[in-house]
Design a protein. Structure first.
Ligand code: ATP
Ligand code: MG
Length: 139
């Protein structure tokens, strides 16, 4: 398993608000290399599966509805210390708490519609990348 990769999604709110280009620019400017990239849409079923760890939490049903409400951009990213550096780049889950200049600070609207996802561990980055991309789709 790679320890220098993470997985991200540009969530439906940021796509709908026209931030795909700006967010990809921030990601590459921060030194992340794009290994895989896809513009797609989750169904309620696939969104439910992706966020299965949160099943039972009060926000789970709304989160699944939101994540399947419109297209998303999925990507595998590579950089030294990818997991930690990417979570620093995106900022806190709640954009109200996200540090100045972070992606969530700049582009997110609420704790639910928070513009981007970032994996929380090497193990989950691998699982989440495999959820969206075949080996032939990685470069
Ligand atoms: P992500 O996993 O999307 O990168 P995160 O790791 O910062 O975000 P998690 O705790 O994993 O946060 O929550 C997953 C997602 O669920 C959040 O990004 C957000 O969209 C939503 N979420 C988390 N907490 C809440 C909440 N209290 N109310 C509504 N939605 C929430
Ligand atoms: Mg998380």
């Amino acid at each position: 398993m790679s320890t220098n990769r993470t997985f991200t999604m540009i969530k439906p709110d940021a796509v709908a608000n026209g931030h795909i280009g700006a967010i990809i620019n921030d990601i590459t400017a921060a030194g992340f290399k794009i290994i895989a990239l896809k513009y797609t849409k989750l169904t309620e079923e696939t969104a439910g599966k992706f966020y299965e760890v949160h099943k039972g939490r009060p926000f789970y049903t709304d989160l699944v509805t939101f994540m399947s409400s419109g297209p998303i951009v999925a990507a595998i990213l590579e950089k030294d210390n990818a997991i930690e550096d990417f979570r620093k780049l995106i900022g806190a889950t709640n954009p109200a708490d996200a540090a100045e200049g972070t992606i969530r600070n700049k582009y997110a609207n609420s704790i639910e519609a928070n513009a981007v996802h970032g994996s929380d561990s090497d193990e989950n980055a691998a699982i989440e990348g495999d959820f969206f991309f075949t080996a032939a789709e990685r470069f």
